[in-house]
Design a protein around this ligand. Structure first.
Ligand code: SAH
Length: 527
């Protein structure tokens, strides 16, 4: 059996710029040979049994030579494997993909090339610079800045670059920038021509420095710009004043730690990312689903008997529906296809469990908008959603619902307060108060601790997030600003020796994000 090698571009760094084809191939690969400049998480979709091998070239690090990489690709391809050779940007733009393809062709190993979004276009785009423009540049040249411009046999024709009628985009040139600028000036480019240097383009920490050709080298030195960076020379760089977008987002440059359990973090994390922040997830807490047995099992089995079903968190909704779907109803096939069902008596039971229709007869109550949204994702519109999302408010909102002598299910976290079940019992309801999950401590990994160290903001969305984080031994770094969702959480933080810098006025996720934006904006030095 003959294998195949895919030469795949992974884009410039933003995981969202990976192509659909690249993700499909990563998921199917037997072996992946990758470089340093691939997006964070690029390999997350790889099979757990896939061989993952770093073959990048880093100064000082022991890695493979290009010849060894070529040989390895040929060898793996010949052994019948599906091999992905994953590279930053595009594999054929300064990626040595051409050489690898030549080696594969020579060896008769089948291959496919999957282009990627190249840094020379993407980093400027994310900095608000189009590499061509009807009025400002009709051509663009991609140039390697890697070679020493002083060496005699330079492959670069500096005179040609001097009179090139358009934008010059230099890859790998940041260390050589003084010499590149000098050469271009000597070759006749204008000292006042605009130059932009984009560091870590498309990454959350992207930074852009703009100056003139005469001034850029000193500027880059003063601001300590480091690789990877793209240097762009040309009038299009001036368009940035008008169309920079990423760096104008309100949380650009901020590193925000989210301390909620991962299962709850995604909504907050997504909003922060949209606002331009780099989000680091540092939960010292994890959602542990309860096994579907005992009380929970009993509640699922008698789900049709409830007049009211209350959900107190999005997680509760998720796990309730999992439990519902995973469990066959007592009586098996009969309950599913029984009676006058058109499938007919005697038909085989339908595989699997139940779905949203099990709640058809019940009044469904959600503690807040997040929980209601999770329900609506499963086709259930909540009948009751209070304005404020605390148990007391849900009790009030349920006042008009007749509960006396009727069965009510409260599906919630193990450690939740008993305000709601107590109030319903007082009104004569027969309440089944069932725990779907508990939150348990989980120490942060080394990587998470390192991420936390870089945070400029640390967010706490409940007292338990504070207790679990501090309890795990981790602490927000000294310079980070601490954001709390409300006074209860703030009090816990202060008890644990943290100083709260920002407290949300509205005690929900939107309120917390608003407070964070206001704080970041007020501290921003006007450009
Ligand atoms: N094949 C890649 C380029 C590899 S050469 C591509 O098509 O993008 C490596 C150089 O690419 C770096 O030295 C830097 O100049 C540039 N580069 C790669 N990723 C970058 C990024 N996120 N931001 C700025 N420059 C980047």
């Amino acid at each position: 059996m003959s294998g195949i090698v895919y030469l795949v571009g992974a884009g410039p760094g933003d995981p969202g710029l990976m192509t659909r084809r690249s993700l499909e191939l990563i998921a199917a690969a037997d072996a992946i040979l990758y470089d340093r400049l691939i997006p964070p998480g690029a390999l997350d979709g790889a099979r757990s049994d896939a061989l993952l091998r770093y073959v990048g070239k880093e100064p000082g690090a022991a890695a493979l030579t290009q010849e060894q990489t070529n040989e390895l690709l040929v060898e793996l391809g010949r052994s019948g494997k599906r091999v992905v050779r994953l590279k930053g940007g595009d594999p054929f733009v300064f990626g040595r993909g051409g050489e690898e393809a030549e080696a594969l062709a020579a060896a008769g190993v089948p291959f496919e090339v999957v282009p990627g979004v190249t840094a020379g276009v993407a980093a400027p785009a994310y900095a608000g610079i189009p590499v061509t423009h009807r009025d400002a540049a009709s051509a663009v040249a991609f140039v390697t800045g890697h070679e020493d411009p002083d060496k005699g046999d330079s492959a670069l024709d500096w005179d040609a670059l001097g009179c090139f009628p358009g934008t010059l985009v230099f890859y790998m040139g940041i260390r050589q920038l003084p010499l590149i600028a000098e050469r271009l000036l000597a070759a006749g480019r204008e000292p006042g021509e605009a130059v932009a240097v984009v560091e870590r383009g498309t990454h959350p920490g992207q930074r852009t420095v703009v100056d003139t050709l005469a001034g850029i080298a000193a500027r880059v030195e003063a601001e300590d710009v480091r690789p990877p960076a793209i240097t762009l020379v040309g009038a299009v760089a001036e368009l940035r004043d008008t169309i920079a977008w990423l760096e104008r987002r309100s949380l650009h440059g901020e590193v925000v730690a989210v301390t909620r359990a991962r299962a709850q973090a995604s909504g907050l994390a997504e909003r922060l990312r949209e606002l331009g922040a780099e989000v680091v997830e540092t939960p010292a807490i994890r959602i542990q689903p309860r096994p579907v047995e005992g009380e929970l099992r009993a509640a699922i089995d008698r789900i049709d008997e409830y007049a009211v079903v209350c959900f107190t968190s999005p997680n509760g909704v998720r796990l309730f529906f999992d439990a519902l779907a995973g469990e066959a109803v007592a009586g098996g096939g009969e309950a599913v296809v029984g009676g006058g069902d058109p499938v007919g008596a005697g038909a085989e039971a339908v595989a699997g469990g139940r779905d949203a229709r099990a709640l058809a007869g019940a009044v469904v109550a959600a503690i807040g908008p997040g929980t209601a949204a999770e329900l609506s994702r499963r086709g259930v519109r909540a009948d009751v959603v209070p304005e404020r999302f605390v148990a007391e408010a849900l009790v009030e909102a349920l006042a008009p619902v007749e509960v006396e002598g009727r069965r009510v299910l409260v599906a919630r976290a193990a450690e939740a307060r008993s305000v709601l079940p107590d109030a319903l019992r007082e009104r004569g309801a027969e309440v089944d108060d069932v725990a779907l999950y508990e939150t348990v401590a989980e120490p942060l990994t080394e990587a998470q601790l390192a991420d936390l160290e870089r945070a400029t903001y640390v967010t706490f969305t409940s007292s338990s997030t504070v207790r679990f984080l501090v309890g795990s031994g981790a602490r927000p770094p000294a310079g980070a600003r601490i954001v709390s969702i409300g006074p209860v959480t703030s009090a816990t933080a202060e008890e644990q020796g943290l100083t709260v810098d920002v407290e949300a006025e509205r005690h929900d996720i939107d309120g917390l994000v608003d407070a964070l934006i206001a704080d970041a904006t007020s501290r921003r030095v006007p450009a």
